[in-house]
Design a protein around this ligand. Structure first.
Ligand SMILES: Cc1cc2nc3c(=O)[nH]c(=O)nc-3n(C[C@H](O)[C@H](O)[C@H](O)COP(=O)(O)OP(=O)(O)OC[C@H]3O[C@@H](n4cnc5c(N)ncnc54)[C@H](O)[C@@H]3O)c2cc1C
Length: 470
């Protein structure tokens, strides 16, 4: 009788460079790849209809790719701690192979599944495949996890790497009911994005090839220019339709400082996953506990203006509108809007974190949390709080000097002269009429004064960082 094993897919939705897939193929005649749609994920704390849509499209494509190779993909709905033991019994498997993940949710889920499988007489075997390096093994000299990026990055660059693997040419799956892949509407969810990126491994690989042949060679100089495209591979890395390790390997084959700078960005991804692995409470509270005492402001109007992209600061508004339309935002703009929310509107960073998770196609617990805490100056890689208060006008002058990005996302500003585009409210009445952009009629005036709010932010942070001594 043919031996059969299970490949439990989660955020590793690809056939290229897949260690768990190869391990499953190596130990049995038949492999059953299975994805379990867990309501806890698609309706949970960080749920996103658009990310779920991308996930379902990726699964559809993956099923096709597996079928081309003689296998298939089973899809089930339910709790993996119930579904997987049932499948193990149905096909007589004794092992379930999976790719390790680092979030507290994934770790708790895997523990539950592992216990349930044990009772069913099977084992959960975990493999690498999510990150470039083994993030659990990178430690400081005294054996502790890192909390500062630069030394982590140096250690990471030298850490051992696994070999990049080809896609298998053939695989055989057992003949069982495969299960329909629902649409996002079947799950009762309504996507909101009007222009999301195409999903799936083929699109991911096409984008990687395009980026490696045209883009990465200018990365170091241009990656902060918000009108230009960075690689836009993050949504694919998030679902694992592209392997970060394979991307790194391909980048390292290109000589020069630009690919090296790009590789370093991948180190940030591993860094934030490493941070959350060792500080799982970060998903609720600040990495630097003293900042849990910060008092945030309840400002429904400011919050709405931030979400809608109507703060009157073009760079902030362009970023928020880009996010709402595409599920993506340039990294520089993410920092600017994050700083504006937390240090100009004084609204709790966790609200921003949640809004991003709802809309971002790359929305990822560890990356989003790490970056929000960084931007709000209460996480790892600390800098004095007054250093990360971004001036949205200066940021726009520096990183969108020709106004291309701002005009792309804020049509109301399309005829505003460049010299006024950074502070449209300084236009004279005649300029406003001539450009068809009357302030507070066509486009809002600034909802707050950045300079004033900057001082308030400093006071608020100082009060908890350096409380007055009696
Ligand atoms: C407030 C805030 C929230 C964020 N939330 C997320 C998130 O939920 N998911 C996410 O993947 N990234 C997040 N980022 C990081 C970063 O903005 C995105 O990874 C990047 O913009 C993705 O675009 P790209 O693929 O074109 O990046 P590129 O510039 O082409 O970089 C290549 C890859 O490097 C990694 N990378 C680059 N910058 C960072 C960074 N600052 N932190 C971690 N990894 C990085 C990403 O995997 C990215 O795909 C956030 C940043 C901020 C400031």
């Amino acid at each position: 009788m043919a031996s059969t094993t299970i490949l439990w897919l989660r955020r590793d939705l690809r056939i290229h460079d897949h260690p768990a897939l190869w391990a499953a193929l190596d130990c049995a005649d038949d492999v059953l790849p299975v994805f379990v749609l867990d309501e806890g994920v698609y309706r949970g704390r960080w749920a996103s209809a658009d990310r779920t849509h991308a996930l379902l499209e990726t699964l559809r494509e993956l099923r096709g790719a597996l079928e081309e190779r003689g296998g298939t993909l089973a899809v089930r709905q339910g709790d993996p701690a119930e579904v997987l033991p049932a499948l193990v019994a149905e096909i007589g498997a004794t092992e379930v192979h999976a790719t390790s993940d680092a979030s507290p949710f994934a770790i708790a889920r895997d523990k539950r599944v592992s216990e349930a499988l044990k009772e069913a007489g099977a084992g959960l075997v975990r493999h690498p495949g999510m990150f470039c390096a083994d993030i659990s093994k990178i430690r400081t000299k005294d054996g502790r996890p890192y909390a500062v990026f630069s030394p982590f990055g140096r250690n990471w660059a030298e850490a051992p790497r696994r070999e990049v693997l080809n896609a298998p040419e053939k695989l055989k799956s057992p003949d069982i009911e495969m299960g329909a892949i629902p649409t996002v509407e079947d799950l009762g969810l309504t996507p909101v994005l009007t222009g999301p990126l195409p999903a799936g491994e083929a699109a991911a690989r096409a984008r990687m090839e395009e980026w490696l042949s045209d883009g990465v060679e200018r990365y170091k100089d241009l990656h902060n220019d918000v009108a230009r495209s960075t690689s836009r591979l993050s949504p694919y890395l998030h679902l694992g339709s592209l392997s970060a390790r394979e991307l790194e390997e391909r980048v390292m084959q290109i000589p020069g400082e630009h690919p090296a700078a790009y590789r370093r960005q991948l180190a940030w991804r591993d860094f934030y996953a490493h941070v959350l692995l060792y500080s799982p409470t970060n998903t609720r509270t600040a990495y630097q506990p003293k900042f849990d005492a910060l008092e945030w402001v309840d400002d429904p109007e400011g919050w709405k203006a931030w979400c809608d992209g109507t703060t009157g600061y073009p760079m902030v508004d362009a970023g928020m509108r880009e996010l709402a339309a595409t599920g993506f935002m340039h990294n520089r703009t993410r920092m600017v809007v994050g700083s504006f929310l937390t240090k100009n509107l004084h609204i709790d960073y966790r609200h921003g974190e949640e809004w991003f998770m709802k809309l971002l196609l790359d929305g990822d617990t560890s990356q989003n949390n790490g970056n929000w805490q960084w931007t709000a100056s209460l996480g790892v890689d600390p800098a004095p709080y007054f250093k990360r208060i971004f001036n949205p006008v200066l940021q726009q002058r520096k990183f969108d000097p020709d106004g291309v990005y701002v005009k792309r996302w804020i049509p109301e500003l399309k005829d505003v002269p460049l010299k006024r585009l950074f502070e449209p409210w300084t236009m004279s009445e005649a300029e406003q009429e001539a450009s068809g952009c009357v302030i507070d009629r066509d486009y809002p005036g600034p909802i707050v004064d950045h300079k004033l709010e900057r001082m308030r932010a400093i006071e608020r942070f100082r009060a908890v960082a350096e409380p007055p001594q009696d």
